[in-house]
Design a protein around this ligand. Sequence first.
Ligand code: GLY
Ligand code: MN
Ligand code: MN
Length: 436
Amino acid sequence: MTTVRDYARRRQNLMQHIGDGIAILPSAPVARRNGDVLYRYRPDSDFFYLTGFSEPEAVAVLIPGRAKGEFLIFCRQRNSAEEMWDGHRAGLEGAVKGFNADDAFPMDDIEDILPGLLENRSKVYCNLGRYPDFDEQLLHWLSDVKKRKQSGISAPGELVDLGYILHELRLVKGASEIRAMKKAAAVSVAAHRRAMSRCRPGMFEYEIEAELEYAFRQGGAQYPAYPSIVAGGKNACILHYINNNQRLRRHDLLLIDAGAEIDCYCADITRTFPVSGRFSGRQKALYEIVLAAQLAAIDSVSPGASFIDPHETAVRTITIGLKDLKLLKGSVDSLVEKAAYRKFFTHRTSHWLGLDVHDVGEYRVGEAWRVLEPGMVLTIEPGIYVPQHRSIPEKWHEIGIRIEDDVLVTRQGHEVLTGEAPKDPAAIEALMASGN
Ligand code: GLY
Ligand code: MN
Ligand code: MN
């Protein structure tokens, strides 16, 4: 569990960089699905990281050094009639007592209060562009303050992207975040194991999706971290395939890319396995290349390594493997240099993982790729997707394979958070044969 002290520490870390500025973060608006139907609410990741507050219609304000309080929350007031429809609200008192706000105000009063908070602060730190309606309000409040210059009040002269500071902090995960990510990983592993053991030829992709999402919810996940990809046969070559409505054929592979979200932290796992429970020789030949690339890429994760090392390792291993199968021709060095693998491996090997599936944090620092540090979490997800092309023997056409794990950089090297989901062909076949 993330404690109120953890959140307070995060705010302190951020405020050290803000000086005489002010940070303003709205939570996410409620998203409408259609008519009166709303999506289940999910708070904004930055807002949640700093507050732990998960109600909609809320704004957090951080004002370092302000005598009357540095951390303010604007939120909904208690209202028994509305709470009967939509559930409990913390209210102003709850925001102070439960979330350690120095003060809390009704959202309805933000128009009156916020311009005053901007007075005499040098800069406004915010996520400009994320919520355009809020941006408009903010600009309006700023111009309000500017109008009061004659009374000796100064208005902030700069709008600064909050992400430059905050996303650097989010990139390195703390102990409670790692605990949450391990929980999301464990639930996701259980879901992949369930899907593997329940898969039978003739089932529909959505039946497997149901198995996965049963396990997510059963394990306490609030939602899938992203729409589950359950892609049989050639559908696996569509990277973001989510129709999940085709029948699974005995001789096909099934690619599942699915992860649970728990307390806003995500897992992101891909496994590819034979619908029949037994790999064919051809499937195994390609699969072994992806697996070797993935294992080598994981091995290259350690503090001091570069973010691009796992990708370069995967690229080389895949190039060698494709050359061995005569799907690429030429010297390995020149194939790598020409990026010939891109015909089969069309995406990058890694992204950051955390509160967002494609988590925040820069991948480069200046010109150079980022150096990995303990506490960073990244995915390792090489793949091979053979296109239907006359230059390629037909027997390989439209096979898609990806293997993805979530890897924590540790002081000693790395820890694979999702390793319990089988990926060795023999382990997959054994699990599928045992049926549990
Ligand atoms: N599931 C999205 C990704 O693997 O990046
Ligand atoms: Mn991923
Ligand atoms: Mn994925």
